[in-house]
Structures are given as C-alpha cells and as structure tokens.
Design a protein around this ligand. Structure first.
Ligand code: 8DG
Ligand code: MG
Ligand code: MG
Length: 144
C-alpha cells in the first residue's frame, strides 16, 4: 500500500492590531522553528475564518477580539521542512475587545511567548509566509 500523498491544508492567521503594533510569538514547532509568527492555526470543519481566528487566538493567548476582517490569502509550500507541508493561509485583522487585556502564553509547547512589535521595527527572523508579505510591501493597518 503506497502512502497517501499529503494534501494542502487551510490555515487562518491573525494580525491583531494595537496602536502601531502587531502581536507575534516565537514558534516552537517543526515548521518555522524559532521564527516570529502571527497567532493562528488550522481551520476546523464547519468553521468560518472569523470563528477560527477568534478560537485560535483565545486558545493560544486568552485574548478576545472584535472588528475581525478578511485581508488576503497566500499559498505557502514548505518542501524543505522536516515534514513537508503546504498551506493556503488566510490572513485576517482584528482589534482587542479590551485594549487593557494582556496576552498569556497558553500553549508553551508551541510558542516561546507573545509580545507586541511595532510594524516599522519587526523582529527577526519572521516566519516565511509573513516575511514574504512584509517584503512585498503589505501593510495590515486599516489606513493603508
Ligand atoms: P491547531 O492544532 O491549533 O489547529 O494548529 P496550531 O498548532 O496552532 O498551528 P500553527 O502551526 O500555529 O498554524 C498552522 C499553520 O499555519 C502553520 O503550520 C503554517 C501556517 N501559517 C502560515 N503563516 C502563519 C503564521 O504567521 N502564524 C501561524 N501560527 N501559522 C502560520 O502560513
Ligand atoms: Mg493553535
Ligand atoms: Mg498556532
């Protein structure tokens, strides 16, 4: 029996905006290990993009959002990773429901910690799908 080839998966990730900053976490994962990435994860059966973004953010940081909007989609193929994978990545943006709420690292086995980073002073290295967007000049803020 030949192994079934892997299939593309849908990922939903979130630009959580606060003033001029976005929330990033350093990944602890076989894909993009140690790079800075947005909160997010896999779309579950029956979920809307907005529901997925809110659920993943809540699971990963405890934060709650409002004004969630769809931004764009990119195609991300990771052939060089230990476990090759292919993601169709859906990017949304949102604001904090309560601007005073502080992120918690609720999945420490997957992330070294969350923090806010000014858009004009992002950390390095960024996770490749995010790096590609930044290099293309993409800006997630509403006045752009
Ligand atoms: P789940 O089991 O909670 O559903 O998934 P997860 O453990 O939270 O998965 P993840 O790695 O955080 O996200 C799933 C995939 O989404 C990831 O392997 C690759 C893709 N992805 C991107 N860009 C980004 C990004 O900026 N952040 C995150 N977290 N994932 C991203 O293409
Ligand atoms: Mg997750
Ligand atoms: Mg995640």
């Amino acid at each position: 029996n030949a192994a079934k080839p892997p299939a593309p998966r849908v990922a939903v990730v979130l630009f959580l905006l606060k003033d001029e900053s976005v929330l990033l976490g350093r990944r602890c994962s076989s894909v993009g290990d140690s790079t800075f990435a947005l909160p997010g994860g896999h779309l579950e059966f029956g979920e809307s993009f907005e529901e997925c973004a809110a659920r993943e953010l809540k699971e990963e940081t405890g934060l709650e959002i409002n004004k969630t909007e769809l931004l764009t989609v990119t195609n991300n193929v990771f052939l060089e990773e230990p476990k090759p994978c292919h993601y169709v990545t859906v990017f949304l943006r949102a604001n904090l429901a309560d601007p005073e709420q502080v992120p918690q690292n609720l999945e420490p086995e997957k992330c070294y910690g969350w923090d806010w980073y000014a858009w004009d002073n992002l950390p390095n290295p960024l996770f490749l799908p995010l790096e590609k967007m930044v290099k293309s000049g993409f800006n997630p803020f509403p006045d752009h």
